[in-house]
Write a protein that binds this ligand. Structure first.
Ligand SMILES: Cc1cc2nc3c(=O)[nH]c(=O)nc-3n(C[C@H](O)[C@H](O)[C@H](O)COP(=O)(O)OP(=O)(O)OC[C@H]3O[C@@H](n4cnc5c(N)ncnc54)[C@H](O)[C@@H]3O)c2cc1C
Length: 440
């Protein structure tokens, strides 16, 4: 990969990064979008449907991914790690490492013949390990780019993929390649991770067979998921009683996550409604401290779930253990009358919270707030400005938020970035407005 110059470098290809990149590119700014995964799409591409409209998630995300890939002003850099960043006269010099795919991206057509031939199956991270994929594969059917990647740690070097590839794209000798991007501005959109499933020991996450995280449930409910239906991971049984434990990773001093993650109430209610459709006879219970439905149409969504028969129980879950049938037993103190009761379910989902993705903040030398997300010194006046001039932050890299707010924050970061570039115009890479937006 050759060194090149851009007006802006967007770090992270989730919904926030994609939206910021598209907004800037549509204004004519030369934009690079870098993601450390082999595909863009972030968490959103793995979701089933979105609250509060229950629109199909990949129907919204896939066209955006495709617009990013085909935009003439966007250079897409996937499977790349940031190595270092230095200030320069005209902005920042960013060293980036292209990790080896062991597949020539220029030759690969995404035909997946290598994948069908590969004898090795490994847990698929896009399905939260519930399903399997091959050691060489295109990550999923709507991945962008449609380029195969080989996991060398699990490859047995049988050579079957190399033999079957019609374009001779497989190359076992590929090495990491370092190149430099000279950019005037940076937009950080590195997103979030869930609080660890096993963090709260008394809930048994990671130990009990049928206690899962909410992204696993998204994969059960997604049409592209591993089984196409909801099953207990412990024994493959169809569950008839499913419970959600709210605030299982947020608003909890013992975890160091004292804030509210803002999306957990809504995703639990959404999943409960979707399960009601998938398993009409199932009983669904949500154990909560208080329900926070702050967004437009969200309170109505909550009321709809109640009307559909989802049971809401106000109480703090103290512990979960397993009976001899692998059924999780939830011990809960009921807030209304102080009683402590135990209830048995087939499957329990821990509504885990959001913590920032590790990595880029350190390289960008950005200070963090008390919540460990990127610090935004003047959130009311300049909500996307970091402490470093020319570096902006958006989406869940700045704090927990839903998709609507991530998109609003991305367009806000793009506007701030565009204003900054115009104000610091020094004759290089001047904006070339596009006549037509290339995405709807
Ligand atoms: C279970 C669950 C269900 C949800 N359901 C809904 C819903 O129905 N409706 C709704 O509005 N919201 C929902 N949300 C919230 C939604 O997922 C987020 O608002 C949204 O995904 C945030 O997008 P993002 O771009 O900020 O972050 P992400 O989706 O996390 O994207 C970040 C991107 O940055 C990349 N990245 C990270 N670090 C680096 C690095 N160092 N270098 C390069 N790239 C990097 C990642 O690979 C990723 O592609 C849900 C959340 C959860 C957990």
């Amino acid at each position: 990969m050759e060194n090149f110059n851009v007006d802006t470098l967007v770090i992270g290809g989730g919904i926030a990064g994609m939206q910021a990149a598209l907004d800037l590119a549509d204004q004519g700014f030369q934009t690079a979008l870098v993601d450390h995964e082999p595909t863009i799409g972030g968490k959103m591409i793995t979701l089933s449907k979105v609250f509060p409209t229950l629109d199909c998630c990949s129907c919204i995300t896939t066209p955006k991914m495709s617009s990013v890939a085909h935009h003439p002003n966007i250079q897409l850099l996937t499977y790349c790690d940031l190595q270092s960043i230095q200030e320069s006269d005209s902005g920042f010099r960013v060293a980036i490492v292209q990790k080896p795919r062991y597949v020539d991206a220029h030759k690969c057509t995404g035909c997946r013949k290598c994948e069908y031939e590969c004898p090795i199956l490994i847990p698929n991270p896009y399905d939260r390990g519930l399903g399997a994929y091959h050691a060489i594969r295109v990550p999923f059917s709507t991945a962008v780019p449609q380029t195969a990647v080989l996991d060398m740690d699990n490859c047995i070097l049988c050579g079957k993929c190399e033999k079957v590839c019609p374009t001779q794209a497989v190359t076992f000798t590929q090495k990491p390649e370092t190149f430099e991007v000279q950019t005037r501005t940076i937009v950080l959109a590195s997103g979030f991770e869930l609080t660890p499933l096993e963090a709260k020991k008394e809930y048994g996450g990671g130990l009990l067979h049928n206690v899962i995280d909410p992204l696993m449930m998204e994969r059960f409910l997604a049409p592209t998921g591993p089984y196409g239906r909801v099953l207990r991971p412990g024994d493959g049984k169809e569950p008839t009683s499913i419970a959600y434990v709210q605030c299982a990773g947020s608003r909890d001093q013992s975890l160091g996550v004292e804030y509210c993650s803002r999306v957990c109430c809504m995703y639990a209610i959404k999943q409960a409604m979707l399960i009601s459709g998938a398993l009409p006879m199932a009983e669904i219970t949500i154990y909560y401290m208080d329900i926070r439905t702050f967004g437009k149409g969200y309170e109505q969504f909550y009321q709809n779930a109640q009307a559909m028969g989802v049971e809401f129980i106000r109480g703090k879950v103290a512990a979960i253990h397993e009976d001899d049938q692998q059924n999780p037993v939830v011990k809960v103190e009921l807030t209304e009358d102080g009683r402590v009761v135990e209830r048995t379910h087939d499957l329990v989902v821990l509504s885990l919270g959001m913590v920032p993705s590790p990595g880029s903040a350190g390289i960008l030398e950005l200070p963090l707030g008390d919540d460990k997300f990127i610090s935004v010194p003047a959130p009311n006046a300049r909500p996307c400005h970091t402490t470093r001039p020319g570096i902006f932050v958006t989406g869940t890299a700045m704090g927990p938020m839903d998709i609507v707010d991530s998109i609003i924050s991305a367009s806000s970061a793009a506007a701030a970035t565009s204003a900054y570039i115009r104000a610091h115009q020094n004759g290089q890479a001047s904006p070339k407005p596009q006549e037509e937006a290339v995405y709807a």
